[in-house]
Design a binder for this molecule. Structure first.
Ligand code: MLT
Length: 427
């Protein structure tokens, strides 16, 4: 019958696949990865839910993906650059691997004005995530690493792939040779540095993804002092800095001594809705040196010229529009829009009696579910509300018991999501 046919087919397929292997050994570092990358895994569960419930109108407040149109002052520049490629004067081929000189200057002025950062220290790229992977290439496998726990998964996963870690301990959900800096509600989501061992690199995302916590000037000074004492380099991910509203530093270079121990990476993804357009930058100060005295900037330049051919010329024209006064005001308009979502999401969970963190200086709201496993809560919210969130434990073991609710969404969807949540959890 039909069953038998399926079984025979499956046998044939597995015999075939074993016949067609190459002699190439799988990269053992990839084999160390415990699961698929977090967001595709969430996408898979969403599709499964949709297949089971074809009529469900699923709303995603899961992956932090922007939804609102890019402001016209920026798309005009993108369009102009694209149209220009059709003309003799407007055409350009390969550009500088480090980015257009004019854009590097404007980025330095706009985001680091008065902080002593020069345009030769700013490298334009296709985004922070790609720069993070290339940073692992810069430092190599023989590098020890500390991360905030919970943290954006790219730091750990890229380190694993590079071979800088040991295997995953299934019991603790931690990789060997990574120092996990607990960021818990008990410590205000800022690590107790007196308990953190010395490592070469410290990945630090501020404002934090996923907790939405934002470190104060004093905390950042303590972090920089800690790194300097240990001879460490901080990789400071400022992807959400534009969301800071309480006067906390927006760049690590506002902190004394940071130019001797910090790389900062940032992006237009969450500033200008460039998640699909792709444009970011990384600052590597000239003062930052390896133990042998080699400037890190020189090696980063070598990595970028080898692994990258420069960000798209069209997109860099868009970036130039982002850093004009009009472009910047337009970006702030987007930030204000998503912040209103933050407020609505925060109010919703607070009214229902949940523990609520973040969502003030960051576009993520971090909601506690009384110690329930994050993946169970994620599944329940998907099942009962047709709403995608992100399980806190997906960001590291200390995220257990929380889910992250992203404020990147259309207002009508956010309002609908809130109604559905209140129906189920409002009592
Ligand atoms: C997130 O949801 O954490 C971010 O969108 C992921 C990213 O920026 O790559």
């Amino acid at each position: 019958g039909g069953k038998g046919r399926v079984a025979r087919g499956a046998t044939r397929l597995s015999a075939l696949s074993s016949e067609t292997t190459t002699g190439v050994k799988r990269n053992p570092n990839l084999a160390k990865l415990g699961a698929g990358y977090l967001f595709p895994e969430i996408g898979r569960r969403r599709r499964e839910h949709q297949e089971k419930n074809p009529d469900a109108k699923i709303i995603s407040l899961g992956i932090g993906d922007t939804t609102e149109p890019i402001p016209k002052v920026i798309t005009d520049a993108l369009q102009g650059a694209a149209a220009g490629l059709n003309t003799k004067e407007g055409y350009s081929g390969y550009g500088a691997e480090q980015g257009m000189g004019g854009l590097r200057e404007k980025l330095a002025d706009r985001f680091y004005g008065g902080l002593g950062i020069g345009s030769d220290e700013v490298f334009v790229s296709d985004g922070s995530k790609c720069d993070i992977s290339r940073m692992l290439m810069l430092f190599g496998a023989d590098t020890s690493i500390a991360v905030q726990d919970p943290a954006y998964p790219a730091y750990v996963d890229s380190s694993v792939i590079m071979g800088a870690t040991g295997t995953l301990n299934e019991e603790t959900s931690q990789y060997k040779n990574i120092v996990y800096m607990d960021c818990l509600k008990e410590n205000g989501f800022f690590p107790d540095l007196s308990k953190v061992g010395k490592t070469d690199l410290i990945f630090f995302c501020n404002p934090n993804n996923p907790t939405g916590a934002c470190a104060s000037r004093e905390q950042l000074q303590a972090l920089v002092d800690f790194a300097k004492r240990n001879g460490s380099i901080i990789v400071y991910d400022a992807a959400y800095a534009i969301y800071i509203e309480d006067g906390s530093p927006k760049s690590i270079y506002e902190i004394e001594g940071a130019d001797e121990c910090c790389i900062e990476t940032c992006s237009f993804s969450k500033y200008a809705g460039f998640t699909g357009v792709r444009l970011g930058w990384t600052v590597v100060p000239n003062k930052l040196k390896f133990s042998d005295g080699t400037p890190v900037n020189r090696d980063w330049n070598r990595i970028m010229t080898t692994c990258f051919n420069g960000a798209s010329n069209i997109v860099q024209a868009g970036g130039l529009a982002c850093v004009t006064d009009d472009g910047f005001d337009a970006m702030m308009g987007l930030v204000t829009y998503y912040k209103e979502n933050c407020k609505l999401i925060r109010e919703c969970f607070t009214e229902m009696g949940f523990e609520v963190y973040g969502g003030v200086n960051a576009p993520y709201v971090w909601v506690g579910f009384e110690g329930r496993p994050s993946w169970d809560v994620f599944a329940e919210i998907l099942e009962k509300c047709d709403l995608v969130t992100t399980p806190g434990s997906g960001f590291g073991p200390s995220g257990e018991g929380f889910v992250r609710v992203s404020a990147f969404g259309n207002r009508a969807d956010v309002e609908e999501a809130i109604m559905r949540l209140k129906d189920v959890y409002g009592k």
